[in-house]
Design a protein around this ligand. Structure first.
Ligand code: ADP
Ligand code: MG
Length: 286
C-alpha cells in the first residue's frame, strides 16, 4: 500500500549555515496519527514545512519527500506538480492563519479555493452545497454558531477549530498540525486535540502533529517521532516513551518536553458526535 508520507534522506542547511534537519528517514502509513515531539529548535516546524513543500531541502542531498505516492520535492527541487499534492495536505498553524476580517464561514471556504475557479472565489460566489459543506465542517468542530462572525472575534481555541474545519472542507488526506495547541489554554487544547483525533478516526485522515509536550503526544498518538537537534532520536510506540527513556534521549533538555503526566496511560478520546443534515434554509441563512 502507498504510504501517506515517505521521507528519504532529508537534510536542510539554512543560509546562515544552521544544519536544521539531519538525515531524516521517515515513513507514515495512511490512517496513522503521529506526534512529532522535541524541544524548541529541534526542527519540528522545519520538517513539517518541508513536507508541505513550503521549504526546499538541500540541493546536494538525494532527498525525496512523497505524500500519498506523489513527489513533493526531490534533491532540493519542488516538484512541478506541487499544486496537486498541496490540495491533499492540510496545514494547521500554531497561529491559526485565518483572515481576521472575513467571516468564519468564508475562512473555511478558502479550503475549497484549490478546486474553485478563481473568479468564483474572488466574487465570493460559493455554491449553496459548498456553503453547506463548510457549515457541516464547522459543526463537526463545534463552532457552527460562529459561522457569521469575523474570525478576529473568535477565541484562540475557536479560531484553531475553524482552521481545522478549513482542512476538512479542503478534503485533505494528510493533516500537518504544527504545535496547534501551543497558544491555547488547557480546555481549548483538549478540544482541538479531540477534533484532530476524530478526523483521524472517522475520516481516516493521516495526522502528523508536532507537540511541545510529551504527555499530550502519549494521550493522543499511538506513535511518536522524537527530534533532537534536527535528528530523529526515537520513532516508535508512544507507550514506550517513559520519562527515563526521554531523559536518556534528551539529557538536560528532557524537562522542556516532560510534564507531570508523562508516562501516564493514555486517556480515551471523546466519542464522536453525529453530524446534522443542513437544510437549504439554514444554508441560505448562513
Ligand atoms: N529561516 C531560518 N533561517 C535560519 N535558521 C532557521 C530558520 N528557521 C529555523 N531555523 C533554525 O532551525 C532550527 C529548527 O527550527 P524549528 O524547525 O523552528 O524548530 P521547532 O519547530 O522544533 O522549534 C532552529 O535552530 C532554528 O533557529
Ligand atoms: Mg516550531
Amino acid at each position: 500500500m502507498t504510504a501517506a508520507l515517505h521521507i528519504h534522506q532529508l537534510n536542510k542547511h539554512f543560509a546562515n549555515g544552521k544544519h536544521a534537519l539531519r538525515d531524516i528517514n521517515l515513513t507514515v502509513q495512511r490512517g496513522e496519527m503521529v506526534a512529532l515531539i522535541g524541544a524548541s529548535g529541534s526542527g519540528k516546524s522545519t520538517l513539517l514545512r518541508h513536507v508541505a513543500g513550503l521549504v526546499v531541502a538541500d540541493a546536494s542531498s538525494d532527498s525525496l519527500i512523497e505524500v500519498d505516492g506523489r513527489c513533493v520535492q526531490q534533491a532540493g527541487r519542488i516538484h512541478s506538480d506541487i499544486r496537486k499534492v498541496r490540495s491533499q495536505v492540510g496545514f494547521v498553524f500554531q497561529q491559526f492563519n485565518l483572515v481576521d476580517r472575513l467571516p468564519v464561514l468564508m475562512n473555511v471556504l478558502v479550503g475549497l479555493l484549490h478546486r474553485t475557479p478563481w473568479w468564483r472565489g474572488w466574487l465570493r460566489m460559493f455554491k449553496p452545497q459548498e456553503r453547506a459543506l463548510a457549515l457541516e465542517a464547522l459543526h463537526r468542530v463545534g463552532i457552527a454558531e460562529c459561522h457569521a462572525q469575523r474570525a478576529s472575534t473568535l477565541s484562540g481555541g475557536q479560531q484553531q477549530r475553524a482552521a481545522i474545519a478549513r482542512t476538512l472542507v479542503q478534503g485533505a488526506k494528510v493533516v500537518l498540525a504544527d504545535e496547534p495547541i501551543a497558544s491555547l489554554d488547557p480546555e481549548s487544547s483538549r478540544k482541538v486535540m479531540d477534533i484532530l483525533a476524530r478526523i483521524n478516526r472517522e475520516d481516516r485522515c493521516t495526522v502528523i502533529v508536532s507537540l511541545h509536550q510529551v504527555d499530550v503526544a502519549i494521550k493522543y498518538c499511538p506513535r511518536v517521532v522524537a527530534l533532537h537537534h534536527g535528528q530523529v532520536v526515537y520513532d516508535g510506540p508512544s507507550a514506550a516513551l517513559t520519562p527515563a527513556l526521554l531523559r536518556s534521549l534528551y539529557g538536560v533538555h528532557a524537562d522542556e518536553i516532560l510534564s507531570d503526566a508523562a508516562g501516564a496511560p493514555p486517556a480515551p478520546v471523546h466519542a464522536p458526535t453525529p453530524v446534522p443534515q443542513w437544510t437549504p434554509a439554514m444554508v441560505q441563512a448562513a
